[in-house]
Design a protein around this ligand. Structure first.
Ligand code: HPA
Length: 273
């Protein structure tokens, strides 16, 4: 089966369940960030495991559901839990969920994630609103995955992150006194955290934050022509900058503190988008 056929099948299954609900904005929730999503009206929850062709997420803190509903009249889809390359999923299969959302009608994609910070101005609890990224995953979800239905093979990556949405997000953060800055996300595969030498190299390359997700989804969404906003929440200072050893436990503990801030941002952003 081609990926276009897989995506059509998944979208048909979802459309049957939701009676052709057409979400306009989709949100991907990163490690421990699912609780920040506001209550949705007419909510429908579909476990990934039910959807034909969908992958299953396997990481603690990432439950796997696709959620549909309305927030103040806006039609929203939420990916509660995402698929990471380090879980062993083929990179091209990470595109399936994003392409399915696009087929359902999604136009805007908000991608949240937990990240480590390389920039001294972005302490834990800060928000980095992405202005660009550097893909050091040495792989790409578009490889061996081409169908003209999804957009150009050689898709342009200039202005990938929507400037208007980023501006609105930064203004909302300011309103709630949440420390937020625009920045560059550098993507690694993980699952190990970086070495201090890698972090020093990434700093020289111009990265502000480092993480193990976001970029595959963003590349896929860019090819599809979606408007993209990257919301990277700093859970720790990166390796060698942090005074304590890094752990996933720390990431999840820090996201507990971030949940409330992210909820405030989403309440405003979802209606302004
Ligand atoms: N590095 C990579 N990914 C991360 C980090 C980090 O320090 N923190 C949370 N996700």
């Amino acid at each position: 089966m081609t990926q276009l056929q897989t995506v059509k099948k998944a979208a048909a299954y979802i459309n049957k369940k939701t009676k052709n609900f057409k979400p306009e904005t989709a949100l991907i929730t990163g490690s421990g960030l699912a609780n920040s999503v506001p209550a949705l009206d007419n909510k429908i929850v579909i476990p990934y495991a039910e959807i034909p062709g969908f992958l299953r997420s396997t990481v603690a803190g990432h439950s796997g559901n696709l959620i549909f509903g309305e927030y103040k009249g806006k039609k929203i889809a939420v990916m509660q839990g995402r698929f990471h390359y380090y879980e062993g999923h083929p990179m091209k299969d990470i595109a399936i969920a994003i392409r399915t959302l696009w087929m359902l009608g999604v136009k805007n994609l908000l991608v949240s994630a937990a990240v480590g910070s390389i920039n001294a101005k972005l302490k834990p609890g800060s928000l980095c609103v992405l202005k660009d990224h550097i893909n050091l995953m040495a792989n790409n979800p578009l490889i061996g995955n081409y169908d003209p239905a999804f957009g150009p093979m050689f898709c342009d990556m200039t202005d990938t992150y929507d400037k208007e949405i980023a501006k609105k997000t930064l203004a909302i953060a300011k309103k709630y006194k949440i420390n937020a800055l625009p920045g560059v996300y550098l993507a690694v595969t993980g699952p190990n955290f970086e070495t201090p030498a890698e972090i020093q190299a990434f700093k020289k390359l111009g990265a502000d934050v480092v993480g193990m997700s976001t970029v595959p989804e963003v590349i896929t969404a860019r090819q599809l022509g979606l408007k993209i906003c990257g919301l990277s929440w700093v859970t720790n200072l990166a390796s060698g900058i942090s005074k304590t050893p890094l752990s996933h436990k720390e990431t999840l503990e820090e996201t507990k503190k971030i949940e409330g801030k992210f909820a405030k941002i989403l309440q405003d952003l979802l209606v302004k988008i």
